[in-house]
Design a protein around this ligand. Structure first.
Ligand code: PGA
Length: 257
């Protein structure tokens, strides 16, 4: 297994607000985050709010050199897709990132590997950086199928996008059993999967940013980020609490120092 000192890769923390917040809630959360925002030089930070609040978040974050993105994208060119949002639209709102293949979308919106691959391509075609989520269910882990499952999910995108496409992409390992459950993968469990993921990308893997997601909290972030192949985090619950969000970004900043 290959791994490389993380100093050579930039760290990244992404907040996924999921379907939470009102304009007022967001305004309060953003104010609280920005009021105590530390100087971070080693970490990029982004927030992915619901589509309808992207402009609100962008207005608040842009003066601070923080980034924003979408939680999903429709892979088709603009047209007759009621209720959907295209990559062009996300680009129009100056999004830097878009999450693709989050397990909630795969499970609840029945997004197939093929659909996720098309989202990945559509995002890149508009100059967005896709954050490709992969991860196994607890059943798959119990059956010893975790790596095989993740390998399949990666291959579906690699086959259509090619290896080089991953020089402008992020991969997030999110074990389904850890997302929103309060149960976090141990640093060793996560590290094993991250090293496996990096190995799937040959040379490109060395510069690939690989995030861990699944019940990351201020209490467990530092030990996760201490693992050489864990380059940051994709946060759900913790991104909705200003102090937790800041503390985790600070842990990413300090990791490897
Ligand atoms: P969680 O969610 O941090 O609440 O577990 C992570 C995610 O869904 O990206």
């Amino acid at each position: 297994m290959t791994s490389q000192p993380k100093a050579q890769r930039r760290r990244l923390v992404v907040g996924n607000w999921k379907m939470n917040g009102t304009r007022e809630d967001n305004s309060c959360l953003l104010q609280n985050i920005l009021a105590d925002w530390p100087t971070l030089v080693n970490v990029d930070v982004a927030i992915c709010p619901p589509f309808v609040y992207i402009e609100q978040v962008a207005r608040a974050l842009s003066p601070r050199e923080l980034y924003w993105g979408g939680q999903s994208v429709n892979p088709n060119a603009p047209g007759a897709y009621t209720g959907e949002v295209s990559a062009q639209m996300l680009r129009d709102l100056d999004c830097r990132y878009v999450i693709v293949g989050h397990n909630e979308r795969r499970r609840l919106q029945h997004e197939s590997d093929d659909c996720v691959a098309r989202q990945f391509l559509a995002a890149q075609a508009e100059g967005l950086t896709p954050i490709l989520c992969v991860g196994e269910s607890s059943e798959q882990r119990k059956q010893g199928q975790a790596l095989a499952t993740i390998g399949r999910q990666l291959k579906a995108v690699l086959e259509v996008a090619g290896l080089e496409a991953f020089s402008n992409a992020v991969v997030a390992y999110e074990p389904i059993w850890a997302v929103g459950t309060g149960v976090t993968a141990t640093p060793e469990e996560a590290a094993q999967v991250h090293a496996f993921i990096r190995d799937q990308f040959a040379d490109v893997g060395q510069s690939l940013v690989i995030l861990y997601g699944g019940s990351v909290k201020p209490e467990n972030a530092a030990e996760l980020f201490a693992k050489p192949d864990i380059d940051g985090a994709l946060l759900g619950g913790a991104s909705l609490k200003a102090q937790d969000f800041i503390a985790i970004c600070q842990c990413a900043e300090n990791a490897g120092k």
